[in-house]
Ligand binder design. Structure first.
Ligand SMILES: O=c1ccn([C@@H]2O[C@H](COP(=O)(O)O)[C@@H](O)[C@H]2O)c(=O)[nH]1
Length: 231
């Protein structure tokens, strides 16, 4: 079942039981799910397959960054788990992205392939320390590279959604973490925006972790966010 919600819940739990408990409390129509480095490293492919078997669209967020062949084969392995979306780092470059895209396109059924531009935790000072320009400029350069490499979309902050849309197409997916409902803690995120503002800015999908998973009632918090977006 494909969700009509734009929310992707980041299941950043330390164990499978907590992740599955959350999945049992929500319907696959209400959200998509993201399995990232923490949960995957602890629980591996079997958990991903269980979530897929329960009908969820799963974004496997492992942000691959390696030589072209290694990344392409890793993404093929992810595709075999039945996931809806996989990602790489755009800074891995054109050859890495094109090799991966070609490997996935040869499959009978493939996940969406997107690339991370600049992590939403990073601010201008973080980038300056790496001799990189301000976030918007760096996102623009990496999003342009990703688009011309034929990928399906990017991970960026909602602050850059407008500029990425302007250089790509209406179909190019803008997946935005760093989403914080009003009065939520920013935690380690830098480039944040509220759910409604992010959708208004042009985001296609909102990745939301701690504001949902660490709330007193995660399912109710998800329902509130969905309602705010419907309104
Ligand atoms: O630029 C990025 C790319 C990925 N993430 C991931 O999204 C979630 C965000 O979780 P919150 O608890 O809502 O901060 C997390 O899994 C990150 O690994 C990101 O935040 N920024």
């Amino acid at each position: 079942m494909s969700s009509s919600s734009k929310v992707i819940v980041a299941l950043d739990y330390t164990n499978a039981a907590e992740a599955l408990a959350f999945a049992s409390r929500v319907n696959p129509a209400l959200c998509r799910l993201k399995v990232g480095k923490e949960l995957f490293t602890r629980c591996g492919p079997p958990l991903v397959e269980q979530l897929v078997a329960r009908g969820f669209d799963v974004f496997l967020d492992l942000k691959f960054h390696d030589i072209p062949n290694t990344v392409a084969q890793a993404c093929k392995a992810a595709a075999e788990l039945g996931v809806w979306m996989v990602n790489v780092h755009a800074s891995g470059g054109r050859r890495m992205m094109e090799t991966t895209r070609n490997a996935l396109e040869a499959l009978p059924q493939r996940p969406l392939l997107i690339a991370v531009t600049v992590l939403t935790s990073m601010n201008a000072e973080d980038l300056a320390e790496l001799s990189l320009p301000e976030p918007a400029k760096q996102v623009e350069m990496l999003a342009r590279l990703t688009y011309s490499s034929g990928l399906d979309g990017v991970v960026c902050s909602a602050h850059e959604a407008g500029l990425v849309r302007a250089l790509s197409s209406p179909e190019f997916k803008l997946v935005t973490p760093g989403i914080r409902p009003a009065n939520s803690a920013a935690n380690d995120q830098s480039r944040i925006m509220t759910p409604v503002a992010a959708i208004d800015a042009g985001a296609d999908y909102l990745v939301i972790g701690r504001p949902i998973t660490q709330s007193d009632d995660p399912a109710a918090t998800l329902a509130e966010i969905n309602a705010s977006l419907a309104g």
